[in-house]
Write a protein that binds this ligand. Structure first.
Ligand code: PLP
Length: 480
């Protein structure tokens, strides 16, 4: 064993730290102030000196952190960190295309362009350019929504949860809403149908059983306090086996015979028939309008592929009541999502080009062969970056659409599986690797399963793929 040399005393004491004014006068710090102003730099300088002083008092501050230009560099790093945005672009290799935690649908280029074109200055958000007076923000997209869904009228709010809340409040506050026990869904913990009903001031009347609900269940529940019959798409689970449900067409017949409206919450709701691209069938608003629903609600940022928004389409009288309800003002859509929504909806006017221009559909329809080829192309460089600690191999994977679309359907996909070379400490090695991927300038999010870190490449488009490749060198350094 080589003898360790005694370490010379290299600890700083509190009196080695400069007063704040002296630090601020250092030329490198003066340059920081010239760039960012006094307030931010002085605030960070104070916090830095305080933290260093605390460590110096207990003898834990290396002198190297105080000498030379170390303080100025530490201060510059703090200022950079304060100014760095918390919302960051990431690379989604989770295998879930519409990942709620990763911002759901990726906006189309047309939507981004429209945002830039309309948001840098004033726009006609609520201004009628033809008449020169006050306009209605709904009118910017109502025509498109009606054309695309076959509805008579449409309105837009902040998100689909708001759309459901507003619909129930406007059509049924103080009265009863009849819903099947098989459709009392919870979405993401905080949105639960019975709680939404209560928030909207309506009384939930449950009918049928978890697995079977019949027309006569609804009919028997209708009484003088009934206001609305409602269906909810079971977006994040499936009731399978011995089941029965009443579809919207039959429900509409029952409701209309009693002069009551029917609303259906589609959750995701695709504006086109997804089977045209070989994807599983997802109900469309146009089907539900044709079936006789008075109100159909769905999200803007799920399969539709646009911004967060809640779309409400249906019969003119029902939509008018919803639009006039006071809560509408509190739940209204902002001008940014509205601009992005308009541009996204316009893409649907050219369905032949949709799979190219709408990122959500483009990702969902990527040919498996192309994803496999991408995995093969990336494997050697990733292996080189992670050797010898990990082995990397191309694998077949099963992804999903996500955001409560088709919960039991899996999307065949491909990607890379990374396994620790050593069995011992494999779990910790994988966690450390996942953390290193998340710490990259463009964080990469995969998933750990069966003692491997899986990178599903379905959502890795060319631009992100180039960024991913460029970061591999840094990744190699981070895990060493
Ligand atoms: C996702 C979903 C919602 C909530 O939609 P947001 O746009 O996330 O507010 C409501 N109902 C159903 C059935 C859903 O799937």
């Amino acid at each position: 064993m080589p003898q360790t040399l005694p370490v010379p005393d290299t600890r700083a004491t509190p009196k080695d730290l400069p007063a704040i004014d002296r630090l601020l006068r250092q030329p490198a710090v003066a340059a920081l102030i010239a760039e960012h102003g006094h307030t931010l730099v002085a605030g960070e300088a104070r916090a830095l000196l305080e933290a260093l002083r605390a460590r110096a008092r207990v003898g834990e501050l290396p002198a190297a952190e105080v000498g030379g230009d170390a303080l100025a560099r530490a201060l510059a790093a703090r200022v950079d960190a304060r100014l760095a945005p918390r919302m960051r672009a990431v690379i989604n290799l989770t295998g879930t295309v519409l990942h709620t935690n990763l911002g759901r649908a990726v906006l189309a280029e047309a939507a981004l362009g429209h945002l830039l074109a309309t948001m840098a200055g004033p726009n006609n958000l609520e201004y009628d350019l033809a008449g020169g007076g006050r306009g209605d923000r709904d009118s910017l997209v109502e025509g498109l929504l009606c054309e695309l869904t076959g509805a008579e009228a449409a309105t837009v709010v902040n998100n689909n949860a708001a759309a459901v809340l507003l619909t129930i409040a406007a059509l049924a506050a103080g009265r009863e809403v009849i819903v099947s026990r098989g459709e009392l869904v919870e979405i993401g913990g905080s949105f639960r149908m019975p709680d939404v009903m209560a928030s909207a001031g309506a009384t939930l009347v449950e009918v049928g059983t978890t697995n079977r609900t019949h027309a006569h269940d609804y009919e028997r529940a209708i009484g003088p306090r009934s206001a609305l019959l409602m269906k909810v798409h079971t977006s994040n689970y499936a009731v399978q086996g011995f089941t029965a449900a009443v579809d919207e067409a039959e429900l509409a017949r029952i409701a209309h015979a009693h002069a009551l409206p029917v609303a259906t919450d589609l959750g995701s709701g695709a504006l086109v028939d997804m089977t045209a691209w070989g994807l599983p069938r997802e109900p469309t608003p146009q089907d539900k309008i044709a079936a006789g629903c008075d109100v159909v609600t769905f999200s803007g940022d799920k399969l539709l592929g646009g911004p967060q928004a809640g779309l409400i389409v249906g019969r003119r009288d029902a939509i008018e009541r919803i639009r006039r309800f006071p809560l509408k003002r509190a739940l209204r859509v902002g001008k940014l999502p509205l601009a992005a929504l308009e541009a996204t909806l316009r893409l649907y006017l050219r369905p032949e080009r949709l799979a190219q221009e709408l990122p959500t559909l483009r990702l969902l329809t990527r040919p498996l062969d192309a994803i496999r080829a991408q995995a093969q192309a990336l494997q050697p460089a990733l292996q080189a970056a992670l050797a010898p600690r990990f082995t990397v191999e191309g694998v077949e994977l099963l992804g999903q659409i996500g955001s409560g679309s088709l919960p039991v359907e899996r999307l065949p996909s491909a990607g890379l599986a990374i396994a620790p070379a050593a069995k011992k400490g494999a779990g910790r090695a994988l966690e450390a690797l996942a953390a290193a991927l998340r710490a990259l300038p463009r964080p990469v999010i995969g998933r750990i399963a069966d003692d491997r870190l899986l990178l599903d490449l379905r959502a890795l488009e060319d631009a992100d793929c180039a960024v991913f490749s460029m970061q591999l060198g840094q990744l190699g350094q981070r895990i060493d």
